[in-house]
Design a protein around this ligand. Structure first.
Ligand SMILES: [Zn+2]
Length: 486
């Protein structure tokens, strides 16, 4: 896709309007903004440099939080022998349909086939069994940044691919209480990360039995709402209880000298989160990135008039240096093969939060023009004090993008008291529907068959259930968040 210089309209027309076809709009934005592309390998995508830069910023922000809570990084093998994967029955059953197998190495058939990791509980549990002897060896707080493979029939860039990138935390603890505390702590970190860095508000809560991780005691999730009213599971945190410790024989001598199994957790977030960024914040002009995750927070576009290369350009470079010194990520677009109008549309489409225009007339007035991506507001701004003003604006944009997403979430969260009401809301673009539920998996499945909606999670401190289950009319056990989901 070589852009045609000088024709700013060409950029925008390459993107399907969001209101017309959300799904096509999404794919257009991801490809046109050069976040990712399809690859010659079926089901696998290429993450392009601009998309990977966003992932790196996400990684850094999460990694800081993991380390601040005592976790360390390590790396485990990509291949998992079949015998290990089979040790935890629910685990293997849950993942079997999606596992890719290696059966041959070089020109020899393998004696035991190897799974390409769909997740690493089996291989990590095997190692923990070797490393843990005493309560003094606990807790183990390890995270791994890696790729995983889960065979998919449908490909959607960032949202559903056979191979994707993620982090997986795996911890082992002395007591059930510590494991539960860790599981909730990491869910809290995901929530804070989503809200602070991604400017994405989320609903946190517990997954139902039918939606929990294969082999876990309990799964918690954060769920975000996309611009089309569909939910997206943004991260999960699992309390594994002693299930994997028993299967993999991870035992320790306790303080009272008895031999006990450890209590485990695992938790993960993936490159899906980039898809969420696109779908929560983007508009008809393309991507809109929250400043904290924008590879370029500011793009400087010099206006080429007169002897601009001798006058405007040195000034633009000085501004770039000044902003960079303040820790702001800046791109100076001094390409002379493109018109300013084309560059404006290009960087708007690629979601840069703030554009800084500078031309000879601005220099005469000792000012620049700042243009916000989120509000489209244009502000003549004095050169004097510019750095502080830009830093302040970036904070403001970050905050207001979150507030806007929060408002959308609130406006698209409704309560349903009856099944008729529930079905009516679920037509179209519903968002979250809060309703009372009996706790029966068969009833949950019936809701899905009728409306496509699933229970996203059960809120920790949601309203107490009133009266009867929205579907079957039996007494309600809990309040649930229902939505159609990615
Ligand atoms: Zn029911």
């Amino acid at each position: 896709m070589t852009p045609s210089p000088g024709n700013p309209d060409a950029l925008v027309t390459e993107i399907t309007p969001r209101s017309q076809d959300f799904s096509r709009w999404y794919t257009d934005v991801v490809r046109r903004a050069e976040l990712a592309d399809y690859s010659p390998v079926k089901g696998c995508m290429v993450i392009r440099p601009y998309g990977y830069a966003i992932w790196e910023l996400m990684q850094q922000a999460l990694d800081r939080r993991f380390k601040a809570t005592g976790h360390v990084n390590a790396y485990f093998p990509l291949f998992i022998p079949e015998s290990l994967l089979k040790k935890e029955a629910a685990h293997v059953e849950g993942f079997a349909p999606q596992v890719a197998w290696v059966t041959r190495g070089g020109d020899e058939d393998l004696e035991e086939k190897l799974a390409v990791r769909p997740t690493s509980e089996a291989i990590i549990g095997t190692m923990y069994a070797k490393w843990v002897q005493s309560w003094r060896d606990l807790p183990i707080l390890i995270n791994q940044w890696a790729n995983v493979v889960r065979w998919e029939k449908v490909t959607r860039l960032f949202l559903r691919t056979t191979e994707f990138l993620w982090q997986e935390g795996h911890t082992a603890h002395e007591t059930a209480e510590e494991a539960e505390e860790e599981t909730r702590r990491m869910l809290g970190i995901y929530r804070e990360f989503a809200e602070t860095e991604c400017a994405i508000p989320v609903i946190d809560g517990r997954k139902t039995e039918s939606e929990k991780f294969a082999g876990a005691l309990r799964t918690y999730s954060i769920e975000a709402l996309m611009g089309d009213g569909r939910a997206l599971q943004a991260a999960t945190s699992h309390n594994l209880g002693q299930n994997f410790a028993v299967a993999f024989d991870i035992k320790f001598q306790a303080r009272d000298k008895s031999l006990q199994h450890v209590w485990g957790t695992s938790w993960g977030m993936t490159t899906r989160m980039i898809g969420a960024l696109v779908m929560v914040h983007g508009d008809d002009s393309g991507l809109m990135l929250p400043p904290r995750l924008a590879p370029y927070q500011v793009v400087i576009v010099p206006i080429p008039r007169g002897n601009w290369q001798e006058t405007v350009l040195p000034r633009a470079r000085a501004i770039q240096d000044d902003l960079t010194a303040r820790g702001i990520r800046v791109r100076l677009d001094d390409r002379d093969t493109y018109t300013p109008g084309w560059k404006f549309a290009e960087w708007e489409m690629r979601g840069v939060p703030l554009r800084l225009e500078i031309g000879p007339r601005d220099l005469d007035k000792s000012q620049v023009l700042l243009a916000r991506r989120d509000t489209r507001e244009k502000m003549p701004t004095p050169l004097d004090g510019l750095g502080a003003r830009v830093a302040d604006l970036l904070d403001q944009i970050q905050r207001q993008m979150f507030e806007r997403a929060r408002k959308f979430l609130d406006e698209h969260t409704t309560s349903a008291a009856s099944w008729d009401e529930f079905e009516t809301i679920m037509e179209g673009r519903p968002g979250f529907v809060v309703a009372a539920w009996c706790g029966d998996a068969a009833c949950e499945a019936a809701v899905k068959t009728a409306t496509q909606a699933t229970i996203r999670n059960l809120p920790f401190d949601g309203p107490a259930p009133e009266g009867a289950c929205v579907r079957c009319g039996r007494p309600a056990q809990t309040t649930a968040y229902f939505a159609k989901a990615y």
